[in-house]
Design a protein around this ligand. Structure first.
Ligand code: ZN
Length: 192
């Protein structure tokens, strides 16, 4: 498992709901948490690890020791957003970029947990920001699309990532658009 970087096509992909929760998914969740802690993140969406699922892992503390703060969201649905505030965000798929993004201050949402149960949440502040950032990923939206300011010139930073991706594509390290669509189709036939 690896974290894909912009402009990998899966970051623009609208993930389909996950139909079945089994050991494969539980293993994926564990691997996603491990990778998230390793890369010092507080949230990770499945399409960031090249899986087109509506699946998110979050730990707002970013601390692997605080297991009780871990949240797994499957097929999340935002029910209500309230208030507005700007705040700084980073994203594991956009290394070194820090952007100022306006988000709702409060977020009510619903998701299925690993046991298959529907859970209701009402998060505020930083936690609400994380869940909005991650659910955006599942809709194929990345944080720079909402950003109002950045730590460097946004266009230059994006261009740098695009050049790197093109190089990797040429070297066969990243999938072409056709290969990508083929792999997505296969996953969806199995799980969506
Ligand atoms: Zn992100």
């Amino acid at each position: 498992m690896r974290i894909v970087k912009y402009p990998h096509p899966i970051l623009r992909y609208k993930c389909k709901p996950l139909r079945k929760i089994d050991q494969t998914i539980r293993d994926i969740v564990q691997e996603m948490f491990d990778l998230m802690y390793e890369t010092q993140g507080v949230g990770l969406a499945a399409n960031q690890v090249d899986l087109p699922y509506q699946l998110i892992v979050i730990n707002p503390t970013g601390d692997a020791q605080q297991k009780d703060k871990e949240v797994v969201l499957i097929n999340p649905i935002i029910l209500k957003l309230r208030g507005n505030e700007e705040g700084e965000e980073g994203c594991l798929s956009f290394p070194d970029m820090r952007l100022i993004v306006p988000r709702a201050r409060e977020c009510k949402f619903q998701a299925i947990d690993l046991k298959g149960q529907v859970v209701n949440y009402h998060w505020k502040g930083f936690d609400a920001r994380i869940v909005q950032h991650e659910t955006d990923h599942l809709s194929g939206v990345s944080f720079f699309q909402h950003a109002v300011a950045s730590n460097g010139d946004l266009e230059t930073q994006l261009l740098k990532l695009q050049v790197k991706f093109k190089e990797d594509l040429k070297n066969g390290l990243e999938p072409t658009e056709e290969q990508f669509l083929e792999s997505v189709k296969k996953w969806e036939e199995e799980r969506a």
